[in-house]
Write a protein that binds this ligand. Structure first.
Ligand code: CP
Length: 322
């Protein structure tokens, strides 16, 4: 894999967010992931890159794509992978996040993959443990591997990220996916528009280098990529939209709104999708333009790349630094 990745490398011990990463570091992870896409399409998908290493997946929030792909990624790289079932753990008896983390740390894992409902929780945890930590999504803060897999999907389809006009649409306020994508896409030279109702777009989002549209038809005009977001009802206290029916009429992606984007615009969604709320089924399942399933495939490769990159900073198996 070394031969195919850019030489800059990934110099960090953890992956806590996209914020602070430099373009060559992002390109390095994407190059590495590109090679893993090809490996994952072979019959023999296994490598020994993490043989002898222990990876613990600790998800305090529900997940299908991220948790499954991290498990698959670790196993394909030869790690021993433990999925801690939070619902059946001592968290249910009141054990705190940090006590849980310290308990797991005492078992000498090499990598902890953590999803938590509070922004900043994963970074806090990374300061208390002795192993590498990957943020699998923290509150409305960051979801770095999602942004990387989205970038890989776009780059493989379009050949590059710079100059791409990307519309991120819907519930921007509660979305860690939006935040990580905005930072990554801007860092790599894309142009980002955010589209949503005023109640679901954070007040200071322009400071992240995006333009804001509240009229979806205007915002979609001429874009290369339409990235839809789930309406995160579970994070809302009170009402942010008048009704789901009205939300779909104004902000749901259907064929008529999609026609305003470029004719070959790609349709993306991180999942899980609420069909008929933020996206119409005909658009989501459009075999020519929807890359939603491809995003899932890229997720495994990106997570292998991230585990591999962090694994290169672990002490080697005879005790010396690698
Ligand atoms: N996109 C994403 O994070 O999906 P899951 O919640 O299923 O992991």
């Amino acid at each position: 894999m070394n031969d195919t990745a850019s030489p800059a490398g990934y110099p960090h011990r953890h992956l806590l967010g996209i914020e602070g990463l430099h373009p060559p570091e992002i390109a390095y992870l994407l190059d590495l992931a590109d090679a893993y896409v090809e490996q994952n399409r072979q019959i023999d998908k296994k490598r020994a890159v993490l043989r002898g290493r222990t990876q613990v997946n600790l998800f305090f929030e529900a997940s299908t794509r991220t948790s499954t792909s991290f498990e698959l990624a670790g196993k394909r790289l030869g790690a021993d992978v433990i999925n801690m079932a939070v619902a059946r753990s001592s968290v249910q008896k009141g054990e705190t996040l940090l006590d849980t983390a310290m308990t797991l740390n005492a078992m000498h894992p090499d990598v902890l993959v953590v999803r938590h409902g509070d922004s900043g929780a994963v970074q806090l945890l990374s300061q208390k443990v002795g192993c590498a930590v990957i943020n699998a999504g923290d509150g409305a803060h960051e979801h770095p591997t999602q942004a990387l897999l989205d970038a890989l999907t776009i780059r493989r389809r379009r050949g590059h990220l710079d100059g791409q006009v990307v519309a991120i649409c819907g519930d921007i306020l509660h979305s860690r996916v939006a935040r990580s994508n905005i930072i990554l896409l801007n860092t790599m030279g894309a142009e980002v528009r955010v589209i949503g109702p005023p109640t679901l777009v954070p007040a200071a989002v322009e400071a992240l280098g995006v333009t804001v549209h509240h009229d979806m038809r205007k915002g979609l005009n001429g874009v290369d990529i339409v990235m839809m977001l789930r309406l995160q009802i579970e994070r809302m206290q009170g009402s942010y939209v008048p009704s789901l029916r009205e939300y779909f009429q104004l902000y749901g992606l259907d064929q008529s709104k999609l026609e305003l984007a470029k004719p070959d615009a790609l349709i993306m969604h991180p999942g899980p999708m609420n069909r008929g709320v933020e996206i119409d089924s005909l658009v989501a399942d459009d075999i020519n333009r929807s890359v939603i399933r491809e995003q899932v495939e890229m997720g495994v490769a990106v997570r292998m790349a991230c585990l591999d990159a962090l694994g290169r900073h672990l002490p080697n198996l005879n005790g010396a630094a690698s």
